[in-house]
Design a protein around this ligand. Structure first.
Ligand SMILES: C[S@@+](CC[C@H](N)C(=O)[O-])C[C@H]1O[C@@H](n2cnc3c(N)ncnc32)[C@H](O)[C@@H]1O
Length: 498
């Protein structure tokens, strides 16, 4: 594979520890994306000639783990038969090809890092969140050479929201992403936990001033943008977690399951373009092709399709076209708008909101690219529209109202969407004009893409609502149409009877 000296040192280190890299995989700098991997020759797709195979990604992902060993064997036996025929004996990669294989021991985790073994277990166990991994990375980076060639390839500057100035963040006004950056919390963790911990254990850490806030944020950002979830206890059944959002996962994830995975984290990602995926084997993690990758094309992994606000927050980039984009509406908008208009005092509003949360309704509702109003938003609006008597009945039954729009809830939904749209400083048209200007700085451009995407989704939701429940009408549009169709049918039937 073609590489700079840092890349070659990394590959040598990777291979010396049992990693394998297919000849078809190379490194390349991609404009605006940093380093990534490129296909140096066609990576053929079996799937193209066998369209029924792998028609759903889920089926493929379930089968693939079992099939990976098998497909490697198939590729090898094809190679042997070609050799017998006297044909070109260079390995010809197939779909489901192992692009590179990472031995588990080179993953950087709290189990493989040296630091936990050097400190008192009780004190180590008290460190919360990602701190144990971040501290381990700081220690490995500063004091050992175990992952040195890996660290040497990692970026030291980021465009993720943590590193934006207040002025740059102001460009995102209106987006709920501003409430998720966590800069104050990270600073607090550093000042109140990390710094005193390092100072207390100076015999292990060495000079405490090396463990700077800057390095802490840098390592934290590397975890945020490059880590993988690798179960430390692979047999634990986590099916129940399937519907958790990325944010919830981030908050609850056991740090023992967070892994820095050398090589796998060199792949970039782009909405709708992924052609490779990481598969977990007992002793290795294998990056496999999942479709045909033509020579010269970039090899893209998936980052689990975050919407643009989260892409920007975690990874520091956005997708101009993002199929997984969404905009959020907080429960507090329903509480304030509907609760206040219905003359509820603060206590009453809080009681209804608390009850909804207890009933499992989320405190944030997402409008996705289908522009559908989320069921939970409709339930919440209806809960705030109930009379005191009906609310008491719902409480007794422990059942929030059904997510079915009626004239009143449709009118509230419209007001809520309009209020959200009013929270942005610029209009869709102004943002569209800004994007025509090729000279605006990158961060500003990304902020415009995020807020424009959110406003378009809100506008889309409003148009859908207007079409289904025209403003000021007491009946949904479809019901009217159905009525008039029924009336026509009824008329015909009557005529037929005559
Ligand atoms: C997992 S790393 C990928 C390797 C990285 N490009 C590098 O130079 O080391 C993720 C980071 O790559 C960059 N990246 C990945 N996909 C991108 C894309 N589609 N557009 C722009 N930047 C991207 C972002 O900076 C992101 O935080």
């Amino acid at each position: 594979m073609s590489s700079s000296s840092g890349e070659q040192t990394f590959v040598d280190w990777f291979k010396a520890r049992g990693g394998t890299v297919h000849d078809a995989v190379g490194f390349k700098q991609f404009e605006g994306q940093g380093r990534g991997c490129v296909a140096l020759q066609d990576i053929e797709s079996e799937l193209l000639s066998r369209p029924s195979v792998g028609s759903t990604r889920l089926a493929r992902s379930l089968n693939e783990q079992q099939r990976s060993a098998e497909s490697t064997t198939t590729a090898r036996s094809e190679e042997v038969s070609e050799r017998r025929r006297g044909a070109d004996i260079r390995p010809r990669p197939q779909a489901d090809t192992v692009l590179f294989s990472i031995p588990r021991p080179i993953l950087l985790t709290t189990s493989t890092a040296a630091l936990p073994t050097l400190l008192p277990a009780e004190e180590w166990a008290e460190l919360g969140g990602w701190t144990p991994l971040i501290l381990s990375m700081m220690y490995e980076y500063l004091r050992t050479s175990t992952w040195q060639p890996y660290f040497a390839l990692l970026p030291t500057e980021f465009d993720s929201l943590m590193f934006w100035s207040d002025e740059e963040l102001a460009q995102l006004e209106g987006s709920t992403v501003l409430g998720k950056i966590g800069r104050e919390e990270a600073n607090e963790t550093f000042d109140e936990t990390v710094k005193p911990f390092v100072e207390k254990h100076a015999a292990v850490f060495g000079d405490a001033s090396d463990y700077s806030a800057e390095l802490f944020h840098r390592m934290g950002s590397l975890v945020l943008s490059r880590s993988f979830h690798v179960d430390s206890k692979p047999d634990v059944d986590d099916e129940d977690d399937d519907e958790d959002s990325d944010d919830e996962e981030e908050e609850r994830e056991d740090v023992a399951d967070v892994a820095m995975v050398p090589f796998a984290d060199i792949l970039n990602a782009k909405s709708g373009a992924n052609n490779a995926r990481l598969f977990y084997e007992p002793t290795t993690l294998n990056m496999m092709s999942t479709t045909h990758i033509p020579a010269g094309a970039q090899i893209y992994n998936t980052y689990a399709d975050p919407p643009n606000p989260d892409l920007l927050r975690r990874y520091g980039h956005v997708d101009e076209v993002n199929e997984a984009d969404l905009v959020e509406i907080g429960l507090e908008t329903v509480v304030d708008l509907v609760g206040e208009a219905r003359g509820m005092g603060e206590e009453e509003r809080e009681a209804r909101a608390e009850w909804l949360l207890e009933m499992g309704i989320d405190d944030t509702f997402s409008i996705e690219t289908n522009h559908k109003l989320p069921d939970e938003l409709v339930s919440a609006i209806r809960a705030f529209s109930l009379s005191d008597e009906d609310f008491a009945k719902a409480q007794k039954k422990e059942s929030p109202p059904k997510p079915k729009l009626d004239a009143e809830s449709a009118a509230w939904a419209r007001k809520i969407v309009e209020q959200r749209l009013g929270e942005y400083k610029t209009t869709v048209e102004e943002d569209e004009a800004l994007l025509q200007d090729g000279s605006i700085p990158l961060r500003r451009r990304m902020a415009v893409i995020v807020r424009l995407g959110e406003k378009r989704l809100l506008q889309g939701a409003k148009s859908k609502l207007d079409a289904e429940w025209p403003e000021g009408e007491a009946k949904p549009a479809t019901q009217d149409k159905k009525r008039s169709r029924d009336a026509k049918d009824g008329g015909r039937k009557k005529k037929a009877k005559q």
